[in-house]
Design a protein around this ligand. Structure first.
Ligand code: BJ8
Length: 425
């Protein structure tokens, strides 16, 4: 792949040596974690292909789109509405935040006690190894947690195309008004960037495209409710991760094809594993590509992950946008209402998230919950305590994990996860 896309990466001014190193590491962990699994559905080969080409063919496609005048918008958060971006004839891509890079350099800009996700975003920029970041015509940051908020001030000094979206912190009427006004402001900025006026028809069509993508993710989630689970949590996570990068219509079609296959598996009672194994719900911080550490440890310790209460999972993908509005403003209201339901831990109070975790335990027939908190992530680590208490009050076993992107604690994590799974058995 290196030779084939070398000139493109050079044009994007990537650090070629560092980027080669990154691709090598990514390829090795994908082989050891993903390709080592047994009994994967045949359709998952498409996602293997996408992963193989995540810095290659997909970037080439984005560059081709740019050549035809289409703008690329990069985002770090599920609060950035893809519907608005698509309606202005632009493309939304998730930005890389799932691996450590250039940590030493990053710590010259950010305190050491910053979460891995934020450090990763900064490391990919400082190291010039993320082609998505370099392709983007607009990078959208959002005022969510304090770490991100302040890190965007540093990022702003490194790029000339950062747009920061303000976000509410309370689920109040005022909070909803703020979200709507921020979405209106974003819509205007996207129109200015693309030179395309968002119309009722283009917005309605974009809502349909995104709803179709989310419906395919919902279908996958529903199939995972079957016992035994028809697909590994690792592969389901991969589908959720890729949904942030791939062309939405193509992604929807490919995922629906996998779901067709899983339906047959369920009908024919083909089990992923030969014996019954504990079912785990993962809840907490988002896991961006290639953050596979905890799911990999969990699923190689004798359990299967059946759901993710996460932004790269059900928190991010649940709820469709109502497309029955009669005019553009009504559709913008529907978009606001849909996103206002996202129960990120930056909200206070945040009862909805707790209720959602409880509901997911039941729906997915989970035997236990692993709460995943990134080190130094105050919102999710703070919430992990009431989450654990509420689960324990209902006799639902919960394991609270606090970790980062490094592999140094992998052995210790495995011991804890194995003991937890044994307790579930
Ligand atoms: S909507 S979860 S994608 S903000 S892990 S950076 S919270 S200190 S990522 Fe998120 Fe949007 Fe919320 Fe979802 Fe801060 Fe925590 Fe780091 Fe985090």
């Amino acid at each position: 792949m290196t030779e084939k896309y070398l000139s493109m990466w050079k044009d994007l001014k990537l650090d070629i040596n560092a980027h080669d190193q990154l691709l090598k590491t990514l390829g090795n962990s994908y082989r050891d974690i993903y390709l080592a699994q047994n009994n994967r559905p045949g359709g998952i080969k498409y996602f293997d292909f996408v992963m193989n080409e995540v810095h290659g063919l997909r970037i080439k496609e984005l560059m081709d789109e740019k050549e035809q005048g289409r703008k690329i918008i990069g985002s770090f958060c599920v609060f950035v509405p893809e519907e608005i971006v698509l309606a202005a004839n632009a493309t939304l891509v998730g930005l890389c935040t799932g691996a450590d890079f250039d940590v030493e350099k990053v710590e010259r800009y950010l305190p050491r006690n910053t979460c891995s996700l934020i450090k990763s975003a900064m490391g990919f920029k400082l190291g010039r190894v993320c082609p998505y970041l370099e392709t983007a015509d607009m990078i959208v940051g959002e005022n969510t947690c304090d770490g991100k908020k302040k890190a965007y001030e540093s990022l702003d000094a490194m790029v000339d195309n950062l747009y920061v979206m303000d976000l509410p912190q309370m689920k109040s009427e005022k909070g909803r008004d703020l979200l709507k006004s921020e979405y209106m402001r974003f819509q205007k900025s996207v129109e200015e960037l693309t030179g395309v006026k968002i119309t009722f028809d283009s917005l309605k069509e974009a809502i349909k495209t995104v709803n179709d993508k989310r419906s395919a993710l919902h279908r996958l989630a529903e199939l995972r409710q079957s016992d035994p689970a028809p697909i590994s949590g690792l592969d389901a996570l991969l589908a959720n991760q890729i949904s942030f990068y791939d062309n939405p219509a193509r992604f929807t079609e490919s995922l629906n094809r996998i779901c067709d296959e899983l339906e047959i598996r369920i009908k024919e009672n083909q089990s992923l594993k030969s014996k019954k194994i504990p079912r785990i719900l993962i809840s907490g911080c988002p896991m961006a590509i290639p953050n596979w550490k905890l799911p990999w440890i969990t699923e190689t310790s004798g359990a299967v992950i059946v759901g993710e209460e996460s932004c790269v999972g059900e928190r991010g993908a649940r709820n469709l946008t109502d497309d029955s509005g009669a005019d553009r403003d009504e559709l913008m209201d529907a978009i606001t209402d849909r996103y206002f339901k996202v129960d990120c831990a930056i909200f206070t109070p945040n009862k909805d998230r707790l209720n959602h975790i409880m509901e997911m335990v039941k729906t997915y027939k989970a035997d236990g919950v692993i709460h995943y908190g990134l080190q130094f992530c105050q919102p999710y680590l703070m919430e992990s305590i009431p989450v654990e208490k509420a689960l324990e009050a209902q006799d639902i076993p919960c394991l609270r994990i606090e970790t980062d992107y490094g592999m140094e604690d992998a052995g210790q994590l495995k011991t804890r996860v194995e003991a937890f799974i044994e307790q579930l058995q």
